[in-house]
Design a binder for this molecule. Structure first.
Ligand code: PLP
Length: 440
């Protein structure tokens, strides 16, 4: 019975594991958001995952609405992916030579996203954006990059930057360790603000190598581009000889079969020159990619002079997982994911409305997120103006009832094709009690 709390707030086995972890790993985690910093409490250590469900070290089961931050679109340990990975591993773990799965995965990506003519495989989304940026700079011979506030592109130095005081003023490092010289080649502009974009290009257009944007923002909650924003990015970059890098690490093969481009494109103004992908295309293994126009990609080593490499790039086990996952991404799969997402989002809206809690749900294809405020969210300032403390109480209300939400109100909620009626009903049953916990 999900309506009543199933689990106490303390989680002894996870707490013990966390104590061990803290001794040998900073903060006990290998990626900061996993530490529950913004919601408090003990992060749950998982020991297994199947379908829509996670199981922690205390043997508690949760419907997973994180899906490893996006990759697990078929559900955890999907039999087809498991078989592909097992067979690939039996043939060897890493060859350090070309292998056929790499070609097949590249073909699968190229077939799904029309403007992408060639891809280079890497091991993480961060590597993909970092390399795309280097390629854009090498191709244009320019160094300045434009990004948008609230968009996350991994922990690349140049992209870990916050807006300086004026629109065309170079950015400040967002983290100690990022040299001012790295952030100082980055302009940070407000998302969905065409006049700000035009002003920046009017001032520095001849220095700008590329604009990088989340195709639809998902790292400040879901903030899709306003109608016409992507077209304005294309128009302005084309006019000034800069490249447009569409970061589809999160939206790629998830918002739709063709990612955000598949929903909004093609555009009369042209197409993004480069794309970055990750998450779904690795099926839960470390595989990511950047790609785009063949004439731009031709600047990469060994064909061209821009250096980029990786010992494990195109790893045979990771590419087998990615390939099996993309092959499972059928129209029927997206229908199922969309239907489950819609049912959960409707349930959230109903539970919040019944209790008079301000909320706003925004979408990018089959992806959604919940803002703890009302009114449209168009940029990072809007996204930041929400009740983060209320989210923390709601999060723990859901956790107690066996639902694992992303542990921050700035994150997308991810569902999978394995979120069947049982999983969705479990989430829906948990909602009223969690809202009650949030209000008390
Ligand atoms: N770009 C986007 C849009 C992302 O959402 C992420 C990760 O969440 C990244 C890049 C970085 O990917 P990774 O965490 O695999 O380095």
């Amino acid at each position: 019975q999900a309506g009543t709390p199933a689990y106490p707030d303390d989680a002894p086995a996870s707490a013990a594991a966390m104590a061990r972890a803290r001794a040998v790993t900073p903060g006990g985690v290998n990626s900061p958001v996993r530490a529950f910093g913004s919601v408090g409490g003990t992060p749950r250590f998982m020991r297994s995952a199947r379908g829509a469900w996670l199981e922690d070290l205390d043997g508690r089961r949760y419907v997973d609405l994180v899906c490893s931050w996006g990759p697990m679109i078929l559900g955890h340990a999907h039999p087809d992916v498991l078989a592909a990975v097992t067979q690939a591993a039996a043939r060897g773990f890493s060859f350090g030579t070309p292998s056929e799965n790499e070609v097949a995965l590249a073909e699968e990506i190229v077939a799904r996203v029309d403007p992408v003519e060639q891809v280079r495989l890497v091991s993480s989304g961060t590597e993909a954006t970092m390399s795309a940026l280097r390629l854009a700079r090498g191709f244009t011979g320019r160094s300045v990059v434009v990004k948008f506030a609230g968009c996350y592109h991994g922990h690349v130095d140049a992209l870990l930057a916050s807006a300086g005081s004026g629109l065309a003023t170079f950015a400040l490092p967002d983290s100690p360790g990022v040299p001012p010289s790295s952030a100082g080649e980055t302009l940070v502009l407000p998302y969905n603000d065409v006049p700000a974009l035009e002003a920046a290009f009017a001032e520095r257009g001849d220095q700008i190598a590329a604009v990088i944007t989340e195709a639809a923002a998902g790292n400040m909650g879901i903030v899709p581009p306003d109608p016409g924003f992507t077209q304005a990015l294309l128009r302005v970059t084309r006019a000034h000889g800069a490249l447009l890098i569409s970061d589809e690490v999160m939206t790629g093969f998830r918002a739709s079969a063709g990612g955000w481009f598949g929903l909004e494109g093609p555009y009369a103004e042209g197409a993004p020159d480069l794309f970055t992908f990750g998450k779904v295309m690795g099926g839960g293994f470390p595989a990511a990619a950047f790609g785009g126009r063949a004439d731009v990609m031709a600047h990469l080593a060994p064909e061209g002079p821009v250096y980029q490499a990786g010992t494990l790039s195109g790893n045979p086990v990771a590419t087998a997982a990615g390939l099996a996952t993309l092959r499972g991404c059928t129209p029927e799969l997206y229908d199922r994911v969309g239907t489950a997402a819609r049912a959960i989002a409707d349930g959230v809206a109903q539970a919040f409305a019944a209790a008079g809690v301000p909320h706003r749900i925004q979408w990018a294809g089959t992806m959604f997120s919940v803002f703890f405020r009302d009114g449209q969210v168009r940029d990072y300032d809007d996204a930041r103006a929400q009740d983060t403390a209320a989210f923390g109480r709601f999060f723990h209300g859901m956790l107690r009832r066996g639902v694992h939400l992303p542990p921050s109100c700035f994150e997308t909620w991810f569902v999978s094709g394995a979120h069947d009626d049982e999983a969705v009903d479990h989430v829906l049953a948990a909602l009223p009690g969690a809202v009650e916990d949030m209000l008390t």
